[in-house]
Design a protein around this ligand. Structure first.
Ligand code: FMN
Length: 348
């Protein structure tokens, strides 16, 4: 691929020494593992550790596990801190009532909000900074100036997530080094916070690349090398792929989740599991939840159900995050899946 056929590579991106212009999407909640991140980095891409739901000690251990399996750069990803929403008891009761029959079927105690609703972002970031990775990425908002400065002072390349041009411009003004442009087809949570354009990935990449001067990383529905080529031509410097790695040998995708991905089905945007919109395979829990609490309350409320469902192999209560291209996901070692996304490979 000729250099002019893709977006700008900043000195920071160049220093990563990537052989394949593909970032493994961070995938918090089980699908992403240290082994998967290391395998992608070893194969010439940028592995990411989705650490948003990990405690500080778990983050330290997971980063050590990645470092034990690769000497190449990798990224760690967290969710930007959010103000805790205030909700009344009636809203909590309504959200619990919708989950009650699912709890009963799995012989769980009735649904209730736990005392700890989310991890403390400052403590998570401190764990990341105690052994700084080459790259830190984040979603769901903007970073406070002191957090951004602490990352920069540690020499970490910082990547924010935008679902539209306005958010991308704000992130650039804040001083991030690169921005993920997340198209509508993307699996998992919508990563923005202000205005989600829900645009096609190529169109969004073009719009963001012409609006900002930092490198753009395109995400959403990129399943084949042709898709990667298309976003690089549209102005992206890198492609970020999640769903393409869900069936990787090294992924933590549970057997029930893997089986659901192999079935014909459809993805939908839902707030049923976490209170924030996210794309996943449609299932019974999505159909039943009409009054989710705002994030992170619903996320905390549904956690016991998701944990028990995974153990019992019940896909109907799992958050089966997947992008619109899930039917094209392949099994195999992550290195081979990465090679299949390499835009520079010679056409057969
Ligand atoms: C299972 C799963 C979990 C995800 N978790 C995160 C996450 O923790 N942090 C994040 O920034 N993005 C997360 N995403 C979104 C990805 O960063 C990316 O936008 C998406 O995977 C791209 O679309 P694709 O899945 O079609 O490749 C997740 C996506 C999936 C499929």
């Amino acid at each position: 691929m000729k250099p002019q056929e893709r977006g700008p590579a900043s000195a920071g991106l160049e220093a990563l020494g990537l052989k394949v212009p593909v970032v493994l999407a961070p995938m918090a909640g089980g699908a992403g593992t240290p082994a998967l991140a290391a395998a992608v980095s070893n194969a010439g891409g940028l592995g990411s550790l989705g650490a948003a739901y990990l405690s500080p000690d778990q983050i330290t251990a997971a980063m050590a596990a990645v470092r034990g399996a690769t000497n190449w750069p990798f990224a760690v990803n967290l969710f930007a801190p959010q103000p805790l929403p205030q909700v009344g008891p009636a809203a909590v009761d309504a959200a619990c009532a919708e989950l009650a029959s699912f709890h009963a079927a799995l012989r769980l105690p009735p649904p209730a909000l736990p005392a700890q609703l989310q991890e403390d972002f400052g403590a998570q970031l401190a764990a990341v900074l105690s052994a700084p990775p080459a790259v830190f990425s984040f979603a769901f908002g903007r970073l406070a100036p002191d957090h951004l400065q602490a990352l920069k002072a540690a020499g970490v390349l910082v990547i924010g997530t935008a679902t539209g041009v306005k958010e991308a411009r704000q992130l650039e003004n804040d001083g991030v080094d690169a921005v993920v442009a997340q198209g509508a087809a993307a699996g998992g949570h919508r990563g923005g916070w202000a205005h989600d354009e829900l645009a096609g990935t190529v169109a969004l990449t073009q719009a963001v690349a012409s609006a900002v001067s930092i490198p753009v990383i395109a995400a959403g529905g990129l399943m084949r090398r042709e898709d990667v080529r298309a976003v690089l031509r549209a102005g992206a410097s890198l492609a970020q792929c999640g769903t393409a790695f869900l069936l990787a040998d090294e992924a933590g995708t549970s057997p029930a989740y893997r089986a659901a991905l192999a079935q014909p089905g459809r993805t939908v945007l839902t707030r049923a599991f976490s209170g924030r919109p996210a794309r996943g395979l449609h299932n019974a829990l999505i159909a039943a939840v009409r009054h989710p609490l705002p994030y992170p309350l619903q996320n905390a409320l549904t956690r016991p159900l998701r944990t028990a469902g995974a153990a019992a192999g019940q896909a109907d209560v799992l958050s089966l995050w997947a992008g619109e291209g899930f039917a094209q996901a392949s099994q195999g070692p992550a290195g081979r899946l990465l090679a299949a996304l390499d835009p520079s490979a010679v056409q057969p």
